[in-house]
Design a protein around this ligand. Structure first.
Ligand code: HEC
Length: 163
């Protein structure tokens, strides 16, 4: 092999290494990242890749208008990042409570229902987009949010939108 070829080979190898070392952006919806918190007692459950992909599609159609990239447009203090979800009352960093929230959203302290101002399944007559969502759909949306919020993506919910 000529010196030039060896150099080319070396450059190519370097490029390959860079490719694999690129920072992780949006969470890839594959088998390695499908475990989410099920409830407040710390039980977990795993969701299929299909469910998470469906969750992403539903989230983009029904929620992203205000929550693109995990932020909350009209109230940046209450984003969909894991810290903010966790510190809500009751905590929303688990599948069960997040599904409850989509059915009947409450104020951050849990005291008041906000189902007439925040899109909700229980008030789908006002929020047409929330009509015909099955429990499976809600699980898919909540699962997608949790995977994004707890994954290695540092940008979800902190304002830098890249989705
Ligand atoms: C019209 C804008 C809008 C849409 C659409 C919307 N949201 Fe929200 N969302 C908000 C606002 C504003 C808040 C803050 C509510 C408050 O003041 O407590 C919020 C809060 C939340 C929270 C609480 C976050 C936390 O950290 O406690 C969750 C969870 C949430 N939304 C989920 C959803 C889901 C899921 C959808 C789609 C089905 C959705 N939202 C659609 C505006 C919206």
């Amino acid at each position: 092999m000529s010196k030039k070829n060896i150099l080319l080979l070396f450059v190519n190898l370097l490029l390959l290494v860079y490719l694999f070392a690129l920072p992780v952006n949006a969470v890839k919806l594959d088998e390695s990242s499908n475990i989410v918190q099920l409830n407040e007692s710390g039980e977990t459950t795993s969701l299929t890749v299909d469910t998470l992909k469906r969750g992403k599609t539903l989230f983009n159609a029904k929620c992203a208008q205000c929550h693109n990239g995990g932020i909350t447009k009209n109230n940046p203090n209450i984003g969909l990042d894991v810290e903010t979800l966790k510190l809500a009352t009751p905590s929303r960093d688990n599948l069960t409570n997040l599904i409850d929230y989509i059915k009947n959203p409450t104020s951050y302290d849990g005291v008041d229902s906000i189902s007439e101002t925040h899109p909700s399944v229980n008030n789908a007559d006002i929020f047409i987009k929330m009509k015909n969502l099955t429990d499976n759909d809600l699980e898919a949306i909540a699962g997608y949010i949790l995977i994004q919020a707890t994954g290695p993506d540092q940008k979800w919910g902190v304002g830098k939108i890249s989705y």
